[in-house]
Design a binder for this molecule. Structure first.
Ligand SMILES: Cc1cc2nc3c(=O)[nH]c(=O)nc-3n(C[C@H](O)[C@H](O)[C@H](O)COP(=O)(O)OP(=O)(O)OC[C@H]3O[C@@H](n4cnc5c(N)ncnc54)[C@H](O)[C@@H]3O)c2cc1C
Length: 485
């Protein structure tokens, strides 16, 4: 290429938000020898897979957008999933990266040998790359509940991320298991369509009030005509969420207290029946679990055809759900809004690093990556939205953009020949992990609740520092934390 730079081949695994971002930014950086392997037949990741009624983002759309492809046409403050999927499709086309994607190709193996990654897909394709970016998602593998008799249910039963649109809800008796953001969105969206809705609640949730106005044509036109105005909205939302990120990592901060107060008032002011109100009142602090935002949940659960079931589930029978009080809740449809296996990351892909070290060995205890990006002895492999990163009511787009900017700086060292292999050192990874464990103890997530943020030790598996620190870390890699060869 005449610039003294090495030509690098890059493989990206996954064509969701982070994979599309990677392809766009790699191309912009002149890394055009790239391929994105996507196991599905369409891009979009989360927003392709989750099509349940009521799906929407719960950070404002003008923040949940690529900073370089802001969208004047979002219809609402928190736009529906369909619109978000269409946005990713459009951006991928506009930035010319769709042809970089090989659909229907699930990467099953990734082995480091002779200074390169050797990949294999389920379809038998083999490829080699100097760099692999794992953009395989975090909320991707559905978690199915371990309830006796689940397979005996005679009606329709599916996970919220595998919604069966052939099943009619009109006039049906529908059960929803779970009370996270997804269950709350489904409840609000279907309550008026069903004959009866049973919401099986194991843990009550704090619900933060949410205003979701539609943008009128005038506002959208103003955004179209004035990109600076649109950028200003993105920036101010980003700053507001940075404030939120500081509150959650400082459990005793006044900002956290204000969020808790807003949730308490929402419950007090929205639910009229004192008995129902108490059953909906969590016994832990707001923000300890991922905060649920909703404009319509309390209203929905107070509809005459809606029922909050707080008795535990004993088992599932062909006719419905039997609770521990002996009652059978007869159902036609059972929705499992039971979340995702959040510790899988790029697995079940079999990854083998330097010296035959497998990912299974490296993550035998639990998933760890330096700054959630790089794993010791796995050179030139970079994770987006990897373990222990900033998740939880933030825009993961903003997180992925910062991570990718950082990764591109590491790739630059491979390109300019400074090194041929780069991965975080074990010492830097262990040291950061130690700091992370200490900081985790002061976060709202560690104040006594069961949540998907907690690892098997009960330690929040997330970024426990201020988001400002994350920004600083991502601005330029501390190269002393890396093994380079
Ligand atoms: C219901 C729901 C609501 C959400 N709401 C928000 C929100 O409001 N704000 C927010 O910031 N985040 C939200 N999230 C998180 C959301 O997952 C991220 O914002 C974002 O979409 C993640 O993008 P990703 O590309 O990292 O992963 P994904 O979107 O999960 O994409 C990963 C892609 O990789 C593919 N893949 C995985 N393994 C392989 C393999 N081995 N080979 C080939 N392809 C593979 C998958 O098929 C998928 O297409 C939500 C998640 C869910 C489930």
């Amino acid at each position: 290429m005449g610039t003294g730079q090495r030509d690098l081949r890059v493989v990206v695994v996954g064509a969701g938000m982070a994979g599309i971002l990677s392809a766009i930014k790699l191309r912009e950086a002149g890394l055009t020898d790239l391929v994105v392997y996507e196991k599905a037949d369409r891009l979009g990741g989360t927003w392709r897979e989750n099509t349940y009624p009521g799906i929407a983002c719960d950070v404002p759309s003008h923040l949940y957008s690529y900073s370089f492809a802001l969208n004047p046409d979002w219809t609402q403050s928190f736009s529906p999933g369909e619109e978000i999927e269409a946005y990713f499709e459009r951006v991928a086309h506009e930035y010319g990266v769709v042809d970089d994607i090989c659909f229907g190709e699930e990467v099953t193996a990734c082995d480091w040998a002779d200074g390169r990654w050797h990949l294999e897909t389920a379809a038998g394709t083999r490829d080699e790359a100097d760099v692999v970016i794992a953009a395989t998602g975090v909320l991707h593998h559905p978690r199915y509940p371990d309830i006796e008799g689940l397979e005996d249910f005679a009606g329709a039963c599916f996970h919220s991320a595998r919604w069966d649109h052939d099943v009619a809800l009109e006039g049906a008796r529908v059960g929803v298991i779970g009370t996270g953001s997804t269950a709350v969105q489904i409840t609000g969206a279907i309550v008026d369509r069903v004959a009866h809705l049973s919401l099986f609640q194991r843990t009550a949730q704090w619900i933060a009030p949410m205003d979701n106005p539609a943008y009128d044509e005038e506002t959208k036109q103003a955004f179209r005509e004035d990109p600076d105005r649109l950028a200003g909205v993105h920036e101010s939302l980003s700053a507001a969420f940075e404030g939120f990120s500081h509150a959650v990592v400082e459990a005793d901060s006044p900002a956290m207290a204000a969020i808790e107060q807003a949730c308490r008032e929402n419950l007090e002011n929205s639910v009229t029946d004192p008995e129902l109100r108490e059953r909906l009142r969590p016994d832990y602090r707001a923000g300890c679990k991922r905060l649920v935002l909703s404009a319509d949940f309390y209203d929905a659960i107070q509809q005459p055809q809606a029922e909050l079931v707080t008795e535990g589930i004993e088992r599932i029978e062909p006719a419905g759900v039997r609770t521990t009080d002996g009652r059978l809740h007869e159902l036609d449809v059972l929705v499992l809004a039971t979340g995702f296996r959040t510790d899988a990351f790029m697995r079940p892909m079999a990854v083998t690093g330097r010296g035959g070290r497998t990912l299974a060995e490296a993550w035998a205890d639990r998933p760890v990556a330096y700054l959630s990006i790089s794993i010791p002895e796995f050179p030139n492999l970079f994770l987006l939205n990897g373990p222990n990163g900033p998740v939880g009511n933030f825009s993961l787009i903003e997180v992925a953009e910062l991570q990718l900017g950082y990764v591109l700086q590491l790739i630059d060292r491979l390109r300019d020949g400074t090194c041929r292999e780069i991965s975080a050192s074990q010492a830097a990874t262990d040291d950061l992990e130690e700091q992370r464990l200490e900081a985790s103890r002061h976060t709202i997530w560690a104040t006594g609740c069961r949540s998907w943020y907690l690892d098997d030790r009960g330690v929040p598996a997330v970024w426990p520092f201020r988001f400002t620190r994350f920004r600083e870390e991502m601005a330029a890699p501390d190269l002393s934390a890396y093994d380079q060869a």
